[in-house]
Design a protein around this ligand. Sequence first.
Ligand code: FMN
Length: 173
Amino acid sequence: MKVDVEYLEFMWPMRHFLITCGDIADRPNIITLSFCMPVSKRPPLLACAIGRGAYSYKLITGTREFVVNVAPSELRKETYYCGFYTGYDVDKFKETGLTPKPARAVKVPIIDECVAHMECKVRQEIEAGDKTLIVGEVVEAYADEAVVKGERKVEFARSSFPRKKYGTRFGVT
Ligand SMILES: Cc1cc2nc3c(=O)[nH]c(=O)nc-3n(C[C@H](O)[C@H](O)[C@H](O)COP(=O)(O)O)c2cc1C
């Protein structure tokens, strides 16, 4: 027998990425995203689905640059903070203590405590329901050497289906 489910339920567990945006010299911001995926190898493109009400949406569509930072599970507290608070109200770098460092090819900072970084330039925006799919070309990608060489084992930030928070099928928000 098959039973109805919330469509998202069996797409979890999902990884959580910390996306940085805004100019390093002008109060940059961090947003936690799970809806982030690779879409093309040549050219290297990835897509992030971002709610249009997010401060990060405003910054990314303004500067047309962002960085996908890969968070290890130790950054759980910071990952949730950046997913629950908005840059309209708080300076997330200041509040979390995460360290902004200059990126290689974009003005957006990377998060030093993350283990890998994909610097992106926005190539396409596609409205998709309550989100906009931001397609970015990866112009630089690099990671901690110890992680690349397998000398440091990393568990990536991720979680299971947040049953209480989501539930579009049943009208729960
Ligand atoms: C684990 C987790 C995953 C999230 N994934 C997404 C996502 O994929 N897309 C999105 O628009 N918001 C997502 N959010 C919500 C945003 O991170 C949240 O709205 C944030 O406060 C927006 O920050 P900003 O206004 O500073 O940009 C997620 C939150 C959490 C905690």
